[in-house]
Design a protein around this ligand. Structure first.
Ligand SMILES: [Zn+2]
Length: 90
């Protein structure tokens, strides 16, 4: 079994998707048992999934930071600056 196929299946499994038809769970585990490179690759994929998965949950710290950033961006501009368009008719 090629590592590229194994890693494709590992990515699918990490996403909760169906495995490729030519790769099943036991074959994956068997390959991982003898291929430390794919094991390390799987861990990286799982860490990525955990990171992106946790981003969907509301975290007070991150949410507060975003709110502060937006407040800073919104509050920096002038209020009521509209209506200054001078159209000169020639
Ligand atoms: Zn491998």
């Amino acid at each position: 079994m090629q590592c590229s196929r194994i890693r494709t299946a590992l990515s699918a499994r990490a996403d909760g998707e169906a495995l490729p038809p030519d790769v099943d769970g036991p074959a994956l585990d068997a390959h991982l048992a003898g291929c430390p490179e794919c094991r390390r690759w799987e861990r990286q994929v799982q860490r990525l999934r955990e990171f992106t998965g946790s981003a969907q949950e509301p975290e007070p710290g991150a949410d507060g930071l975003l709110a502060a950033l937006r407040a800073a961006l919104d509050g920096d501009g002038e209020t009521g600056g509209a209506g200054q368009g001078d159209s000169r008719a020639g």
